[in-house]
Ligand binder design. Structure first.
Ligand code: URA
Length: 209
């Protein structure tokens, strides 16, 4: 069963408070999301494998450790996921980045991919799907299906804030996917906003309405 990790590091929680605050303007919001994404990347990469490397310090030869070169792919869901990519790339600069854009056809209710571009070797990569808000779980669920359909074997999901409803959807449909959150909020309202949440992440990141 997929696990849910709430990354309750004090710096993440502090910055999330200002991200949530409606008085925080676009510039600061964007900067804070970038910083939280970087801090979350630090936590999410905690278990990356290491390999030994012999080096010489100015004093002595010693065996130290370097990353074993696990291939990582970031997959932001358009458009709000874009706001977390640069922060993550600061810590994992060699990661490849794929993009997924989808919507639900209002008639058929089937997911429609209007854009998808992925690294060619996704089956070998550890993929981190990025969506700031896990609300109903619909987009993340569909994006994960899209990746699996194309051969992805190893997927994690990273969100700033989730509602319990969205977490349950992912746990049910994708029990192999671990979920990393900055915060697990109370509920969804009747319009599908996360409560207390932060409003519309895309609008707040890009200054649209
Ligand atoms: N998407 C958002 O941007 N905010 C929410 O609260 C829910 C979905």
């Amino acid at each position: 069963m997929g696990q849910v990790f709430v990354l309750d590091h004090p710096l993440i929680q502090h910055k999330l408070t200002y991200i949530r605050d409606k008085h925080t303007g676009t510039k600061e919001f964007r900067e804070l999301v970038d910083e939280v994404a970087m801090l979350m990347a630090f936590e999410i990469t905690r278990n990356l494998p290491l390999q030994p490397k012999t080096i010489e310090t100015p004093v002595v030869e010693t065996e130290s450790s370097v990353l074993a070169g696990k291939k990582i792919g970031l997959v932001p869901i358009l458009r709000a996921g874009l706001g977390m990519v640069d922060g993550m790339l600061k810590l994992i600069p060699a990661a490849k980045v794929g993009h997924v854009g989808l919507y639900r056809d209002p008639k058929t209710l089937q997911p429609v991919e209007y854009y998808i571009k992925l690294p060619s070797d996704i089956e070998e990569r550890e993929l981190i799907v990025i969506d700031p808000m896990l609300a109903t779980g619909g987009s993340a669920n569909d994006a994960i299906h899209s990746l699996k359909k194309r051969g992805a074997q190893n997927i994690r999901l990273m969100c700033l804030i989730a509602a319990p409803e969205g977490v349950e959807v992912i746990k049910k449909d994708h029990p192999d996917v671990d979920i990393y959150l900055g915060a697990l909020d109370e509920k969804l309202d009747e319009k599908g906003y996360i409560i207390p949440g932060l409003g519309d992440a895309g609008d707040r990141l890009f200054g649209t309405k």
